[in-house]
Design a protein around this ligand. Structure first.
Ligand SMILES: Cc1cc2nc3c(=O)[nH]c(=O)nc-3n(C[C@H](O)[C@H](O)[C@H](O)COP(=O)(O)OP(=O)(O)OC[C@H]3O[C@@H](n4cnc5c(N)ncnc54)[C@H](O)[C@@H]3O)c2cc1C
Length: 637
């Protein structure tokens, strides 16, 4: 297989405009002849469905929730980036592009990132027109704040609920199309297979999660917007329903999976506090605009923070990175927090936490100002921990948050299967080895509102389609396989719960494929995962039946996929013998313990091709060519 990214020729800043002109168009009267399946209703899926229906295509939209609004995007707190330069502090499309490529440790595709920066401004206009209530300055201009990896303020926000407000905007646009009849909404459906006919994605097989019925849906193209797979670690900041199933099943039908080992560990989360905890909570990165991160200078110091004098505190991020201070990118901040805890300077009962302290900001700006900016986040922290962050520093520790890996896509956002497009967190995306804060919402909406409406037209206008109905043998074959897998899960009737397996898998992944990795640890993890997977199919207990609403069965299917997918992550981590961004192999670090890339050998996207059950996948490499930025050792000093 040859990976062709289809990057248009010409100067970087003109590529997208020229490409849009060169793409074939589907004339308005013909658009109604095409059926498009969109799976997922987060920011990527809702914006794509609404935009495609607005253009005149017939759209069928699926999600696992009871309402499209429950997508995980609703949880996003901090904000969305755009290069508007309202604060007049030096931003530009070029700078957003540069910061993103550098932030991703030079493992993203230049042309995609530049396009993302270009359309970022359109997203803000679109959302404002929808009525998204972004925070404003006194004079009426939209307000901005800073996020990691940038020395200026370009993040638009709606208090700590930016994702919610953006999703309500996209959802309104989607529901408008549901009302016009151009979108048919299928909630409570879980896509369990992709149907490929004559090399083209022509439909999906989904389970109705309420009745248990297995359904088949045909179309001319399939657009996956099914989010990230951070829950492979069991504990993460992701919504509990986030999973890898749709993308993993598409992988098994021929879509290459790229960079699966690139995981983002967010530095600003409420620390783990018990063995039976099922969820971790993010405290938004926006808090690092005003909060100062510190630990006691002396290892083992158990005094209350108020009793530790200023001279005995180490504001380690400000000390090590004076230019960016507390707003270094997430991978850098996380590794530093871990390093402090490994040296015995961690705080709290578990000693796996560092302080995030607002006392200086409150003294400087007043409690009222801080409350206005972060009130709901402070309230959330107090509810969960019982401590008042206005009075005592928050305690935070890194947690799994976002996955930069995903299905490989070309410049059109099309995977290695013709007609299968992948948007939002589900694709391997524009973020390289580390995503900068507030860039996921930007990318999901860029993909859905501003990229797919053009590129899918180019595909449809340039392809021939055989007549396919959902009684095609490929649908029947896929249905049989899906039914057999469901039956197999129910037939085991073992002793251990699905959660029990999932928790154990998560621990293996966190210990060996988490913030720091070693070759020995990764190899150990691989055999541990294989053993766990074998035991799962002998000993898992899934109560209930398939003809019913059965959440244990849903979970079992997702965990079964995680148990296979985890091994792919390990293989990818082992193949990438360098450190970059979220992938930190301890063997490759600078003298100052920063990630050390090997550009001569690993300046590529790693795309894995499925070759059959119990066979090793094949690795394909898309070389990353940097013509506009110089590859350097990242520095935030
Ligand atoms: C707590 C938290 C805060 C965040 N804050 C920010 C922020 O401030 N700024 C920022 O830029 N990013 C933030 N992020 C990241 C960002 O929220 C996500 O990357 C982004 O929302 C993902 O959007 P999406 O549309 O790709 O997927 P999602 O919103 O995850 O939506 C996935 C959709 O797919 C559906 N689905 C999944 N599997 C199936 C299946 N098999 N069949 C059918 N449907 C399926 C789901 O029902 C859902 O509708 C945050 C993440 C977290 C965890």
């Amino acid at each position: 297989m040859r990976l062709d990214a289809k990057i248009p020729a010409g100067p970087l800043a003109q590529k997208w405009d020229r490409y849009r002109f060169e793409l074939k168009l589907v004339n308005p009267a013909n658009k109604r002849k095409y059926d498009i399946i969109v799976v997922g209703t987060g920011l990527a899926g809702a914006s794509a469905s609404a935009s495609l229906a607005e253009l005149g295509y017939n759209v069928k939209t699926f999600c696992i929730h009871d309402s499209p609004r429950r997508a995980h995007s609703i949880a996003a707190q901090g904000g969305i980036n755009a290069a508007k330069n309202y604060p007049n502090d030096g931003d530009s499309i070029w700078r957003l592009f540069y910061d993103t490529v550098k932030g991703g440790d030079f493992r993203a595709r230049e042309a995609n990132v530049y396009r993302l920066a270009q359309v970022s401004n359109l997203i803000i206009d679109q959302c404002v027109a929808q009525g998204v209530p972004f925070a404003r300055e006194y004079g009426g201009l939209l307000a901005n704040r800073s996020f990691g990896g940038a020395q200026l303020s370009r993040t638009f926000y709606a208090r700590g609920q930016t994702g919610q407000q953006l999703l309500l905007g996209a959802y309104s646009a989607l529901m408008r199309q549901v009302a016009t009849g151009k979108v048919r909404m299928f909630p409570r459906r879980e896509m369990l297979d992709l149907v490929v006919i004559n090399g083209q994605a022509r439909g999906i097989v989904a389970r109705n999660l309420v009745s248990g019925e297995i359904e088949r849906h045909e179309g001319h193209a399939v657009v996956l917007c099914t989010g990230g797979y951070g829950n492979v670690y069991y504990l993460s900041t992701n919504a509990k329903a986030c999973n890898v199933t749709a993308t993993f099943r598409a992988y098994k039908r021929g879509a290459c999976f790229a960079n699966p080992c690139f995981t983002q560990i967010h530095p600003t989360c409420i620390p783990v506090h018990g063995t039976y905890q099922s969820k971790l909570t993010l405290m938004s990165e926006s808090l690092r605009n005003d909060g100062r991160v510190w630990v006691p200078k002396t290892p083992g110091d158990k005094r209350q923070p108020s009793q530790i004098p200023e001279a005995e505190r180490d504001y380690f991020l400000e000390r090590k990175y004076p230019s960016f201070g507390n707003l270094v990118p997430r991978d850098v901040a996380s590794r530093n927090a871990k390093e402090q805890c490994d040296q015995g300077k961690g705080v709290g009962d578990t000693r796996l936490a560092v302080f995030l302290d607002f006392s200086d900001a409150i003294q400087r700006d007043s409690r009222a100002v801080i409350e206005k900016k972060y009130g709901n986040l402070f309230q959330m922290y107090e509810k969960i921990t019982g401590e008042d962050p206005y009075e005592t520093p928050m305690m935070i520790y890194p947690a799994v948050h976002y996955t930069m890996g995903g299905l490989w896509v070309d410049y059109n956002l099309m995977s290695t299967v013709d007609g299968l497009f992948v948007l939002g967190e589900a694709n391997f995306s524009d973020h390289g080895a580390n995503r900068l804060g507030a860039s996921a919402l930007m990318q999901g909406l860029a993909d859905g509102y501003f990229v797919i409406p053009y590129t899918i037209g180019g595909y449809l206008a340039g392809s021939r389609f055989a007549e396919v109905k959902n009684d095609h043998p490929a649908f029947s074959e896929s249905m049989k396989q899906v039914q057999a897998r469901v039956a197999k899960l129910l037939a085991v009737r073992g002793q251990r719960t699905v959660d029990d397996f999932h928790r154990q898998l998560g621990l293996v992944m966190w210990d060996h494929c988490g913030m720091a990795r070693t070759n020995d640890g990764l190899k150990k993890a691989r055999s541990r995962i294989q053993e766990l997977r074998a035991e799962f199919w002998q000993n898992v207990r899934v109560p209930g039946t398939e003809r019913d609403f059965n959440q244990s069965l849903e979970k079992a299917g997702r965990v079964a996929d995680f148990l296979e997918f985890a091994e792919l992550m390990i293989l990818d981590a082992l193949a990438r013998q360098e450190s970059c961004g979220g992938h930190f192999n301890e063997a490759y670090q600078t003298e100052e313990n920063e990630a050390k890339r090997d550009d001569a050998n690993f300046c590529h996207a790693a795309a894995w091709e499925f070759t059959g059950e119990d066979k090793d996948p094949v690795l394909h490499k898309e070389p990353l060519v940097f013509e506009n930025v110089h590859l350097t050792q990242r520095s935030y000093k």
